[in-house]
Ligand binder design. Structure first.
Ligand code: NAD
Ligand code: FES
Length: 288
């Protein structure tokens, strides 16, 4: 069992968990993820590690409740435990001295971009962060991102905080007004695709982190297959970060939609009977 040592709400349906997982914490590098399973019959879900504290032996993840398993997870709190945590998985982020880098976090993708932004800053880059959210209430981790970057721009779709517009509006402005050497974009697929199109004309190196469906996380099951250029790759072992200009976003979107119907059904059942399931999971935690 992996005990939850801290939990806090970051925004609507978004929660941060600090989990005791000393071996994962010791080996973690920015950009890597874990696969967790809350209980024995539970689904296995990938979650990128936001940070690791080697001394405390903990890792921190940020979870957006969008399906049954993430909703169940977000019902847990300090003192509860998670059955399995496997990781760190995936290749670490590419950290080099590029020059001026723009790190873009769309919605909850901000949590995933954070450790790489900090690592790029520590490698001597000038880091400009752009955070995008639909409205002020959905902006998360602003202070952490400000600490990890030299300049931070907040964009909201409705203009309720920062500047009104999409992350790509600010990116275009930055590309036009000063040199940009490298872009990292993490967030919803339409955002990552739009960022790739903004940087393609000038061939600015651009990296995205792909949130494909994953099962084993070891390259064996084929669940996370993505098309990069004309080759098939597995996001769990070849990624999750890839050259944005090579990613076939259409295939990624189609594959992520494959289980939509069963996910919706599981979510509907959870809305009806979720209370019982949460109690069962909590009971299992208490029994060790
Ligand atoms: P969202 O839909 O509210 O979008 C966040 C911001 O992204 C917007 O405010 C906007 O600035 C930008 N954006 C969105 N679509 C855009 C477009 N077409 N063009 C330009 N900019 C655009 O974000 P959310 O609700 O927090 O995101 C949830 C989605 O992100 C989920 O589908 C989740 O699976 C995905 N996600 C992806 C990753 C990853 O590793 N890539 C990680 C976490 C979540
Ligand atoms: Fe099975 Fe990647 S999750 S191959």
């Amino acid at each position: 069992m992996f005990p939850i040592v801290e939990a806090r709400v970051l925004g609507p349906n978004v929660k941060e968990f600090e989990i005791a997982a000393p071996r994962v914490a010791r080996k973690h590098q920015a950009g890597q993820f874990i696969i967790l399973r809350i209980y024995d019959r539970g689904e296995r879900i990938p979650l990128t590690i936001k940070s690791a504290d080697r001394e405390r032996g903990t890792i921190t993840i940020v979870v957006q409740a969008i399906g049954k398993t993430t909703s169940l997870l977000n019902e847990l709190g300090k003192g509860d435990s998670i059955l399995d945590v496997v990781g760190p998985l995936g290749k670490p982020s590419e950290i080099e001295k590029f020059g001026t880098v723009v790190v873009i976090g769309g919605g909850v993708g901000t949590a995933i971009a954070l450790p790489t932004a900090a690592a790029l800053r520590d490698a001597g880059n000038h880091v400009i962060a752009i955070l995008g959210a639909r409205n002020k209430g959905l902006v998360i981790l602003e202070n952490d991102i400000r600490a990890a970057s030299h300049e931070t721009f907040i964009m909201t779709d409705d203009g309720s905080y920062g500047e009104k517009g999409l992350v790509t509006d600010k990116l275009r402005e930055l590309i036009a007004s000063r040199g940009v050497d490298f872009v990292l974009a993490i967030g919803p697929i339409p955002m990552m695709r739009a960022v790739a199109e903004c940087t393609r004309p000038q061939s600015i190196r651009t990296v995205v982190s792909l949130n494909s469906i994953m099962v084993d996380g070891t390259g064996m099951c084929g669940g996370c297959r993505v098309m990069i250029g004309n080759s098939s790759k597995f996001a769990c072992v070849d990624g999750p970060e890839f050259d944005a200009h090579e990613v076939d976003f259409k295939v990624l979107m189609q594959r992520n939609e494959m289980y939509k119907e069963s996910e919706q059904k599981a979510m509907a059942d959870f809305r009806l009977n979720g209370g019982e399931e949460v109690k069962r999971v909590r009971g299992a935690c208490a029994n060790g």
